[in-house]
Design a protein around this ligand. Structure first.
Ligand SMILES: [Zn+2]
Length: 185
């Protein structure tokens, strides 16, 4: 987990990774607002013309971020820590997607199924890398992470678990499309 955060820090500092704050809620390709999305990631066209060169980018939706820190969570102590944990786990999630490298994002035409399996891979890895350990030491975590970790635990942390794939399909955690996005306007 620490390595992933460090990776984001290093790549951003070196000018290779973009971290963009978007001042509105995430919009799906169909143009619908999804207020639940805190961040997502993609490779974007540097010149914004859909062509190479590409650059990895993480988009952070600031109204969602504000909502996250404003709403008081019913946790025994320090709800701000939960917001912080959610933010960090989001970054770790996106950094884990980037393990796939540029080719995955820019050359493949992903089907719904390959996107689903990529989300499966990433949620599983983040649970194993970070969520389990944070739970063990009693860190306050958003219910989404707990739900996911409970399911994955029942699946013995195996990929392709039917219960978890169903959760992804129906739980509103629609995988973002790993295609080249235009920069949000
Ligand atoms: Zn994802």
């Amino acid at each position: 987990m620490k390595e992933k955060i460090q990776w984001i820090w290093n790549e951003h500092a070196a000018g290779r990774l973009r971290l963009d704050a978007i001042g509105e809620y995430y919009k799906t390709k169909a143009g619908l607002e999804n207020k639940a999305t805190l961040m997502n990631s993609s490779y974007i066209s540097k010149n914004n013309d859909g062509k190479p060169p590409y650059q990895p980018a993480i988009f952070i939706y600031t109204p969602r971020l504000l909502m996250l820190v404003r709403v008081q969570q019913k946790v025994p102590s320090d709800f701000n820590q939960m917001s912080k944990n959610t933010f960090v786990l989001g970054l770790v999630h996106e950094a884990t997607h980037f393990e796939r490298g540029e080719e995955y994002y820019t050359t493949e035409t992903p089907t719904d199924e390959t996107q689903l399996l990529e989300e499966d891979r990433v949620w599983l890895k983040v649970s194993q890398l970070a969520v389990r350990r944070m739970r063990t030491i009693g860190q306050p975590l958003d219910v989404d992470f707990l739900e996911v970790d409970d399911i994955l635990q029942r699946c013995n942390y195996k990929r392709g678990c039917v219960e978890f794939l169903d959760y992804l399909r129906t739980g509103g955690k629609t995988p973002r499309s790993p295609t080249v996005y235009r920069q949000p306007q």
